[in-house]
Design a protein around this ligand. Sequence first.
Ligand code: ZN
Length: 419
Amino acid sequence: MGKNSTGSAKTKVIHAGLLLADPDTQPKSEQSILIEGERIKAVSDGFIDPPAGSEVIDLRKKFVLPGLIDCHVHLTSQLDREYRLRKVEDSDPKVGFDAAHHASVTLAAGFTTVRDVGAAGNPDIIFALRAAIAEWKVAGPRILCVGAILSPTGGHGQTYGYRHDVCACVQSTSGICDGVDECRRAVRRQVSHGADAIKFVATGGVLSDIKAGLDQQFTDDEIRSIIETAHRLGRRVAAHAHGAAGINAALEAGVDSIEHGSFLDARSLELFIAKGAFHVPTIIAGVTVLEMAQRDGMLTPAQIEKAIIVGVKIKEALARSHKAGVTIAFGTDMGVGPHGQNAREFGFLVEAGMRSREAIKTATVNAAKLLDLADEIGTIAPGKSADVIALDSSPLDDVSVLERVAFVMARGDVCRGPT
Ligand SMILES: [Zn+2]
């Protein structure tokens, strides 16, 4: 792995049997992709003769497409039966090594870019992992991260269900803010720590162990303060939001994406379209918490009550937003479900009414736009990062083939296959 160990500085040529360079167009047969270092140099018709000294990667029997993008993951956590205990047992270094493992399985699954939307613990862990991956020291997708999640006191972004002093020692206070001034300061603090984007909780959430509902938590003024401050600093803003009042307040204030969006209403749909905001549905998270709620001992009573409602609503929400013409960007909330199984979301998107091509667009061109990286990722084109994956058959016929990638290249480095 890595630039030094595999010499990704050298020229490579991919011979692609079928190439979907831009998921907005039709796939083309017998294409060549010329890669120099970390970048795509050219895409051409036919299987070109490789330049002297270059490496040929034979994908003539494969379906080749851009590396996938997940706009909503939590690499520093993994929900399972033991997670409530691990939260107080694991040291920051342990969480960091686990996060590196989650990053590597995510990359092996074909996801070459992720946006990590925060954790209750120490935000330095994700910043360090982002750097280690960028410097080729650890295998993983390109990471954009938000630092600490912004939450009001008592809001969804805090830790509950332990002694207060225990909660205080396992969570970061850098994202807790009440009132317009503190909200502004909390955004600036995340940016000063190195956040690529800002995430705030516009409403309650399923997994916070508190009976505080699923609707708006910050006031309208606080939401405006967060979004305005972030935009002035050139950062996109993601709002965790289930209830309609919180969704609509965030959209009115100019949020860039609504994450989950379970109870979106007719007004939300109008606002999405008018404002050009993205919906990141994370259906697999809703499905996963519903399964957990039905299994003994996985969730607490406060969580179960919310999981049962959201699990059902979240898929309906996507069906409505998609039908209304809202732009959808791919997100899974992995860390709730198992890292590395991100591509299962494609099946849920299709079940909710999307065509395969539209589902693939959510994880390529649409996600690249939401992350403000449309010049860098999302399609296979000259000048872009060499993030390329391959499959044994066409995902346009059956998206489930995306769950079994046969080849992964990230930033010009071959990290999996070809098999
Ligand atoms: Zn999440």
